[in-house]
Design a protein around this ligand. Structure first.
Ligand SMILES: Cc1ncc(COP(=O)(O)O)c(C=O)c1O
Length: 380
């Protein structure tokens, strides 16, 4: 049962406020843009190389290759692991559709498995059942900023020699033990879409890996399959998939703030947990003992999702649904042959998930406003 607000609040609270940080970075960002514009160094410039070195060091990998977006990052990382026509790549259906698009773009067939209900990430038991002779790679998704169960996934994949490519688009800076997302598998793919924990002013992405051959292949593929040191010799069929120098310069500035901004997100998540405890809804899972997730989204679950969402909207509070339809039930992916009921935990999550506002700079009063509105809506 969900109650509607008696009064309408005028101040709108967005799901993400991407403009709020501009005043903090304005001076440094404009100086970087001025430096690049006056040098005319827009493509494959020094800032890109510097960002790649800094992000590799941040993640703890030998290599980082900046690419055009997170979808291409995953596609190229998978091609580096041998995915292509005739092979299969296993992933989850409870993810942004880009995960599956990237697999299909390699020519491989996506094999979709269910999530674990508690962690909302790839269920290792379901993975084990889905592996077959044509499996070329597995893509766990660190959804909402929480690392997937990488120890169990690696234990299943390593003895079979199956590479694991992390979809870390929502998990920049997350940790499992001593290692960060992007350094937990054979390779990692990141998105720098503006709403991500590390976001650009447009599209961007990166592949991280310790594997010299994967890094070299991705580096070549992002730039028309060029040979190292000879841009006019094309050794692979690649494309225009570089990360722009301007975006790289901005990402360098934002990377310095990332740990602090992730800590702010976690503090907001803790405040939500305290404010929403005891209400008839499911809170996001707590971190496991050796885990630091990065609260990309704060996703609650309730059977009354749509009514709660409408009540919050009346209170001026924006929410999101990530994601309302699992990939196996999307029209574009019906040909994979799955139907309703095939991935029941994913389908249940899709009916129940609701993302509350969370972004660096969100203040305590705003978090408390959301908690009060949820409480009002759910308490009779
Ligand atoms: C889980 C996941 N994978 C992949 C992507 C694709 O990233 P992009 O939008 O940069 O292509 C995104 C983000 O949009 C994502 O959230």
């Amino acid at each position: 049962m969900v109650r509607r607000a008696a009064t309408v609040v005028s101040d709108a609270l967005p799901l993400f406020d991407l403009a709020r940080r501009w005043s903090l970075e304005r001076e440094d960002a404009l100086a970087a843009f001025e430096r690049i514009a006056s040098a005319g160094a827009f493509s494959l410039g020094k800032d890109l190389a510097a960002f790649e070195a800094e992000f590799a060091a941040f993640c703890g990998t030998a290599h980082c290759v900046g690419v055009a977006n997170g979808t291409v990052a995953l596609e190229l990382a998978l091609r580096g692991c041998g995915a292509g026509p005739g092979s299969e790549v296993v992933t989850v259906a409870h993810t942004f559709v880009a995960t599956v698009e990237a697999i299909a773009a390699t020519g491989a067939t996506p094999v979709l498995v269910d999530i674990d209900a508690a962690t909302r990430t790839l269920d290792p038991a379901a993975l084990e059942a889905a592996l077959g002779p044509r499996t070329t790679a597995v893509v766990p998704v660190h959804l909402y900023g929480r690392p997937a169960d990488m120890a169990a996934i690696r234990a299943i994949c390593a003895p079979r020699g199956v590479p694991v490519v992390e979809d870390a688009a929502q998990a920049h800076g997350a940790r499992l033990g001593e290692r960060r997302a992007g350094a937990l598998g054979t390779a990692g793919s990141f998105s720098f879409y503006p709403t991500k924990n590390l976001g650009a002013m447009g599209d961007g992405g990166a592949v991280t890996t310790d594997d010299d051959e994967i890094a070299a292949l991705v580096r070549s593929l992002r730039h028309h399959g060029s040979a190292p040191g000879d841009a006019n010799r094309h050794v692979y069929a690649g494309g225009t998939e570089r990360l722009d120098n301007l975006q790289a310069a901005l990402l360098r500035l934002r990377l310095r703030l990332l740990d602090d901004e992730n800590a702010q997100r976690r503090a907001i998540a803790d405040r939500y947990r305290a404010g929403l405890r005891g209400l008839p809804l499911t809170l996001p899972p707590e971190d496991a003992s050796d885990m630091t997730s990065v609260s990309h989204l704060f996703v609650i679950e309730t059977d009354h999702r749509d009514a709660l969402r409408a009540a919050l909207a009346e209170d001026g509070i924006a929410t999101g649904v990530h994601y309302p339809t699992p990939v196996h039930m999307q029209p574009a992916w019906r040909h994979l042959g799955y139907g309703p009921g095939d991935l029941p935990t994913s389908e249940r999550a899709a009916r129940r998930v609701l993302s509350l506002p969370i972004f660096p700079g969100m203040d305590n009063a705003e978090v408390e406003r959301v908690c009060a509105a949820v409480q009002r809506a759910l308490t009779i």
